[in-house]
Write a protein that binds this ligand. Structure first.
Ligand SMILES: NC(=O)C1=CN([C@@H]2O[C@H](COP(=O)(O)OP(=O)(O)OC[C@H]3O[C@@H](n4cnc5c(N)ncnc54)[C@H](OP(=O)(O)O)[C@@H]3O)[C@@H](O)[C@H]2O)C=CC1
Ligand SMILES: O=C(O)C1=N[C@H](C(=O)O)C[C@H](O)C1
Length: 256
């Protein structure tokens, strides 16, 4: 995921959410990339016109689920490619965004629930394992300043597992629970149980557990530092312009 040697002009990048945990890390990564130029940053309350004034060609969004759709509407209308790490993308949002992009055949948008290589691999491994096991559950563990639960990664993982189970002709996993405390079995994402842990000291972690008669399989990934997301973000910036339309998941860019 290193930059190709090139005499081309640097990619003109704008970062939305530069004062946040991910935005600040991203600003540093873009500034350090020889093939990119950071031409604008837009924080909460700033005008998005700074992006077009600075002639950015790619925007990176690490804002909030309640802000990202307005930012994308602006980017698509302005003809800017977008690399999106912000969470909150359900089927309805994906459909809305696809509709906007339908009139812009040259424009690329990449939405990646997780930019860390190991997290992407863990999701792919989970998808491969899912058809072989009677049951699967996901535990995601994050820092306690995270606004949303479950994590976008866990939701994406659960959906991939559900699709693989359906392809293999497997229905929902059997579960004998009939009583107890509400919430004890986690959230239901496409019939896959997802459990969210929030603790200071954590960054971003996920365990995917599979069970069958007499055995379990656990796949675990840990982001110990937000630098783990940066190679994936930069890869997204380098490739989004040559992938017209909507791409959901870095696994498609990595061709996993
Ligand atoms: N895909 C991936 O690999 C990863 C995704 N994420 C996701 O990225 C998002 C951001 O996470 P994180 O950095 O931890 O969150 P933070 O809360 O630290 O940062 C979000 C930043 O966005 C700002 N902001 C809010 N609205 C706007 C707006 N309309 N325009 C510009 N800036 C705005 C906030 O400002 P203010 O505080 O003033 O509102 C804040 O500075 C989350 O959805 C998170 O789940 C996180 C890590 C990795
Ligand atoms: O908020 C975070 O920190 C993270 N958010 C993303 C998610 O919700 O999956 C990616 C990663 O887990 C870190």
């Amino acid at each position: 995921m290193t930059a190709p040697a090139s005499s081309e002009a640097p990619i003109r990048v704008a970062v939305l959410g530069p004062d946040g945990r991910m935005g600040a890390q991203t600003v540093r990564a873009v500034e350090a990339a020889a093939d990119m130029e950071l031409v604008a940053t837009v924080g909460s309350g700033d005008s998005l016109s700074a992006v077009t004034d600075a002639k950015a060609t790619v925007v990176i969004d690490f804002t909030r689920p309640d802000a990202v759709m307005d930012n994308l509407r602006f980017a698509v209308d302005a003809g800017l490619h977008a690399v999106v790490g912000t969470t909150g993308f359900d089927d309805e949002r994906i459909a809305t965004l696809s509709g906007w992009l339908a009139g812009k055949p040259d424009l690329g948008v990449l939405i990646a629930p997780n930019f860390a290589l190991g997290a992407v691999l863990a999701m792919r491994f989970a998808q491969q394992a899912a058809r072989f096991y009677d049951a699967a559950e996901v535990i995601e563990l994050h820092h306690n300043r995270k606004a949303d639960a479950p994590s976008g990664t866990a939701a994406h993982t659960a959906r991939l597992i559900a699709l693989a189970r359906a392809d293999a002709g497997r229905g929902p996993a059997a579960d004998a629970t009939t009583s107890g405390i509400e919430g004890a079995r986690g959230a239901d994402v496409d019939d896959v149980r997802v459990h969210s842990v929030r603790l200071p000291g954590l960054v971003a972690h996920e365990e995917i557990l599979f069970g069958a008669e007499g055995e379990t399989l656990t796949i675990r990934h840990d982001s110990l530092d937000r630098v783990s997301f940066m190679p994936g973000v930069l890869l997204g910036v380098r490739t989004v312009g040559s992938r017209p339309g909507l791409t959901v998941g870095l696994e498609n860019v990595l061709d996993l």
